[in-house]
Design a protein around this ligand. Sequence first.
Ligand code: PMT
Length: 403
Amino acid sequence: MKGKKIVLGITGSIAAYKSAVLARLLVKAGAEVQVVMTPAAKEFIAPLTLSTLTGPAVLSEFFEERSGSWNSHVDLGVWADAMVIAPATASTLGKMANGIADNLLVTTYLSCRAPVFVAPAMDLDMFAHPSTKRSLETLASWGVHIIEPKEGELASHLVGKGRMAEPEEIFQTLEKYFDGPAKKTLEGLSVLMTSGPTYEKIDPVRFIGNYSSGKMGKAIAEELAERGAKVTFVSGPVESLPKSDNIHVVSVESAEEMYRACLSVRDEYDVAVFCAAVADYRVATPNDHKIKREQVGALSLDLIPNPDISAELGKLKSAKQWHIGFALETNAESEAVIDKMSRKHLDMIVLNSLQNEGAGFKVDTNKVTIFDALNGGTVDLPLMSKRNVAKAIVDRMEELRFI
Ligand code: PMT
C-alpha cells in the first residue's frame, strides 16, 4: 500500500462517516489519498475532516469558484493506482452503470484507467431493487470490484444486505489487491488457536468478562489460513469471526469450555497460538436464578481459579508441537514474559503492553514485541494494523522455523 495513489470517492450516504476511518487507514499504510466527494456527500461529512486526514484539499466541483481553476477528472483518473468509492449509493452506482457524468466523481470514474472498487451502502429495499441489482451486475461485468461486508458466524444476524463493508474490510480488499495472493507456504500445517474473551457466569443474566474483541486472533487466523494452514479457531463470544474454508470455528463461552475444546484436539495440531484473554477466575457456584439486589444487599462472589489453558497444554505438548502465547501487561513486561515463557512451556511470546497507545484490546491496531525461546531474541514492531501485526507474527514464526 506504501506509495499507492488512491482516489477515495465518497457519496451521499449516512455511511460517509466511515470514510474518514478508511482514509486514515490508507494514509497510515503509506498511501497517497485524494478524496472526491459528490455534493450530497458533503451533507453527511465535512470535507475539512477528510482533507485534515489525507492532506490535499477535497475535490467536489468541476470548477473552483474562487480561483476559477478546473479540476481535471482525466488527470485524476490517470494519476490513480486505484479508485475506491465508499460509500457508493444506488444513485451513484446507477450513474456509473449508465455513464451519467453529472458530477466530478462519476466523470473521474469514467476516465479512470486503474482498478475501481465500490462499497455499496443503502437500505435493504433499495439494495434489493432490480435497478440496483442491474447496476451492480453491469459494473461487475466491466471488472469493477464490488466490496460487500463479510459476515462472521455470530455477527451474521447483524449484517444486513446493503450495509457498507467496514473500513477495515475495504482496506484489506485493497491491500490484498496490491499484495497479490499469499504464497501457500503453510500448506499441510495444522494450527490450534484460542481467541477472544471468556465469559464466566454469575447468574443467568450476568457474567465476568473482559474487553477482548477477538480482532487480533481473527487477523492471525486469516493470515495462517491464507498461507494454506488449517486452523481450529476456538473463540469466546465476539462480534466478528474469521471466515475461510481453512478455518474451523469452535464457539465457546467460558474458560472451561475453551479448555475442553482445546484438549479434544491436543494430538492433532502442529502449532498452537494462545491469543485469547482467558478469565483466570470463575464464580465457584453461579446462581441458577437472577440475583436480586433487594434480597442480597452487598454481594461478594467466591472466585476459584480457571484452568490455565496454555500452561496445561504446555505440559502435554510433544517435541514436535510449537506453542505461541501472548502476554498482556501493564508493567514489568520483560520479567513477566520470561516467567510466562518457562512456566507455560512457550516457544514464542507476543507481548502487547497497555502502556502503548493504540495497543491491546478492541482497537484495530497493535504494537507488539516478539520474544522467542529459541535464541532468546526479541523483535520490536511499530504500531501497525492488527492485520499487519498478524503478518509480522506469522513471518517471524516461519523465519524461526517454528513451522
Ligand atoms: O481481542 P483483541 O481486542 O484484538 O485484543 C487482543 C489481545 C490484547 C486480547 C491479545 O493481543 C492478547 O494479548 N491476548 C492474551 C491476553 C492475556 O490474557 O494475557 P495473559 O498475560 O493473561 O496470558 C498469557 C497467555 O496465557 C496468553 O497466551 C493467554 O491466552 C494464555 N492463558 C491465560 C490464562 C488462562 N487461564 N489460560 C490461558 O491460556
